[in-house]
Design a protein around this ligand. Structure first.
Ligand code: ADP
Length: 638
């Protein structure tokens, strides 16, 4: 705004100046013309007046000569008017003579007039008679010639004055015109100069701005424009420079962020990589960190398990850390990057320790550039946390694998124990059962002995069933699987239902049966065992007045058998474990329902061996549904 006002004001002044000049030229020219006209009018008047003097005197001379020759008094009239008129003109001419020269010439003329008058005319007139004296006439003529000569001299002087005046005025007018032309040119030149200066004034900074923008666009982020020109231009350039600086700052920050992200990614990839030598990871990480942060040395100390502590450094010949530095860093809060007292330029992060593993550390030493930026500190802290996390994961994995192998050993021991006990029980049990049955069949026992024998037989049978179940679950004991044959599930489900319906009725549990057509390929004995165990359970865990439903259906490519009861149900916490051997739900144990916890495990094995699945849905106190899904055989019709 200021600049525009200044330029506008400058041009307005120039225009005013030009107008003033034109006006002045008109006024001055007009005045000069007027003065010139005045002067010329006066000179013309003087010339006329001088001519009149000669005319008047010629009239007077003619009159005097007429009177001299004739004595006629009438001739004296032109003499009198001529003489009077000449004197009037002479007096006026002398009074208005412009300079002493002309004044003197007019004076001389007057003297010549006087001489003619007093030397010739007046004596003639005063004589009052005809005078024929030729000598007097010649004298008068001579005197008049003198007068004519004087008048001629004055006329010439007036003409010369006229020429001089014309020349002087013309020169003056010329000079004035020249002066105005010069001034006009000056104003014009000033205007042009102003325009040129302003143009330079504006164009130079604009050129700087253009060049700077070009350089910025070409990627030269350090480009800045020189702050010149008027205040507005300087302000614009200042803003442009600020903008360029801000862009540079943002891009630099973005670049730093990208670099940081890249380092973290590389470190994360290294942390995920499993190497045979666990110190190799550490060494690689130290090298990456050292290179990324321009460090002189990087140290890492960490433990992944009891007796598995590692210490790495980069470069390998880096001087060892002082024990008290190690102690102090390890004692720090894990995941926080801190300066290390007594080690200028060092930044360290402590690593978490636990009962088995001592705390670790990550220390980066950069004495050449001890001023760590906030971003660098954040990066080191973040990396420290990442490494710490990876180490903890490794510890967990190590512990988990140890635990798994311990459990595996325990499981194997259990299998050996169960297998041994089962086999050891089988022989004495056979003999107990054999002899008991023999005694029972032999008769001759007292009623009390019979009751005792019945109890022995009942419990021996239970034990035999348990042993049979254990044998079925024994992995070392290969089941002699019968050849797979087509099994009509409808017949099987109906058979199991009919077989167990009596037991249910005696417990006042209602049973229903809903059978569709479905066949599978498999071992009918095993499948029936599984179905019987589930139905047994349903009746066993359902209180009197309840209901058990058996349902067989074909669903797509599968045969689905579901056994639903309205019994005690299974607590949600126990549901995931019910198919595990020996697992019994808490409510079943609380209510002292008899069982070994082997049945469902056997069911699961049998169904799995047939390529199917068994699952359970249950609500505590409302009942359970066990569902067997088996791949079905195509129906007979199909
Ligand atoms: P057992 O019946 O001999 O205890 P199982 O392996 O057959 O062993 O069953 C494991 C446990 O699952 C049972 O102890 C019981 O807690 C629970 N269970 C199985 N079937 C049912 C059912 N129909 N209703 C309620 N609980 C059941």
């Amino acid at each position: 705004m200021k600049l525009r006002r200044r330029v506008a004001a400058g041009f307005a002044v120039l225009c005013l100046l030009f107008l003033a000049l034109v006006t002045l030229q008109l006024v001055v020219g007009d005045r000069l013309q007027t003065q010139h006209a005045d002067r010329m009018a006066r000179i013309d008047w003087m010339a006329d007046s001088n001519r009149s003097i000669l005319q008047f005197m010629t009239d007077a001379e003619t009159g005097v000569r007429g009177f001299q020759l004739t004595g006629d008094i009438d001739y004296l009239r032109p003499y009198d008017t001529g003489r009077a008129g000449a004197f009037v003109e002479l007096t006026r001419l002398i009074a208005r003579a412009p300079d002493a020269g002309i004044e003197k010439l007019v004076g001389d003329e007057r003297v010549a007039v006087d001489r003619w008058l007093y030397g010739y005319a007046i004596p003639i007139v005063n004589a009052g008679v005809v005078d024929t004296d030729a000598a007097r006439a010649a004298h008068g003529k001579a005197l008049f010639d003198q007068l004519r000569t004087a008048n001629g001299a004055a006329a010439r002087a007036i003409a010369a004055e006229r020429d001089a005046t014309v020349a002087t005025d013309r020169r003056t007018i010329g000079q004035v015109q020249l002066l105005f032309a010069g001034l006009a040119v000056l104003v014009l030149v000033t205007g042009l100069a102003m325009a040129y200066v302003h143009q330079r004034h504006l164009l130079q900074p604009v050129e700087y701005i253009r060049q700077t923008l070009r350089r910025l666009a070409d990627g030269d982020l350090g480009a800045r424009a020189e702050q010149t020109g008027p205040a507005e231009m300087r302000a614009v350039i200042g803003t442009l420079n600020d903008l360029a600086a801000e862009i540079q700052r943002l891009l630099t920050a973005e670049q730093a962020r990208a670099d940081t992200g890249e380092v973290r990614q590389r470190i994360a990839a290294e942390l995920r990589t499993e190497r045979e030598d666990p110190t190799e990871n550490g060494r690689r990480l130290a090298r990456m960190l050292g290179a990324a942060l321009g460090a002189e040395a990087v140290y890492g100390q960490y433990a992944v398990g009891r007796g598995a502590a590692f210490s790495v450094s980069w470069p390998e010949n880096a001087p060892a850390l002082a024990p008290d530095v190690v102690r102090r860093v390890r004692a720090g809060q894990p995941g926080k990057a801190r300066d290390v007292a007594g080690l200028p330029g060092a930044l360290a992060v402590a690593m978490t320790g636990d009962d088995d593993c001592a705390a670790g550390l990550l220390l980066i030493n950069r004495p050449a550039r001890p001023d760590w930026t906030d971003d660098e500190r954040a990066l080191v802290a973040g990396l420290g946390r990442d490494i710490d996390h990876a180490i903890r994961q490794q510890r967990l994995a190590l512990r988990q694998s140890r635990l798994i192998s311990e459990l595996r050993v325990l499981d194997e021991q259990k299998d050996v124990f169960v297998s041994t006990v089962t086999h050891e029980l089988r022989t004495p049990l056979t003999s107990i059962l054999g002899y008991s049955e023999m005694l029972s069949d032999g008769g001759g026992l007292t009623p009390m002995q019979e009751r005792g024998l019945a109890a022995i037989l009942r419990n021996a049978h239970r034990l035999q069933a348990t042993v049979a179940d254990l044998l079925l679950l024994d992995r070392n004991n290969e089941r002699i699987g019968a050849e797979a044959v087509p099994v009509d599930l409808a017949v099987m489900v109906t058979g199991v239902h009919d077989e167990l319906a009596a037991a249910a009725r005696s417990k006042n549990v209602d049973t229903t049966l809903e059978v569709g057509a479905a066949r599978v390929r498999g071992d009918s004995v095993q499948l029936e065992r599984a179905l019987r165990k589930l139905t047994d359970n349903a009746i066993k865990f359902t209180p009197p007045g309840g209901r058990v439903e058996l349902c067989l259906s074909a669903e797509g490519p599968n045969a689905v058998i579901s056994i639903t009861d309205t019994g005690m149900g299974i607590p949600a916490d126990d549901l995931p474990g019910v198919f595990t051997p020996f697992h019994r739900a808490t409510n079943a144990m609380d209510e002292a329902v008899q069982g070994t916890g082997l049945g469902l495990a056997i069911v699961r094995n049998i169904i799995a061996e047939h390529g199917g699945t068994v699952s359970v849905r249950s609500a505590l106190g409302q009942g359970s549904t066990f569902t067997i899904v088996l791949p079905a055989l195509a129906t007979v019709a199909a």
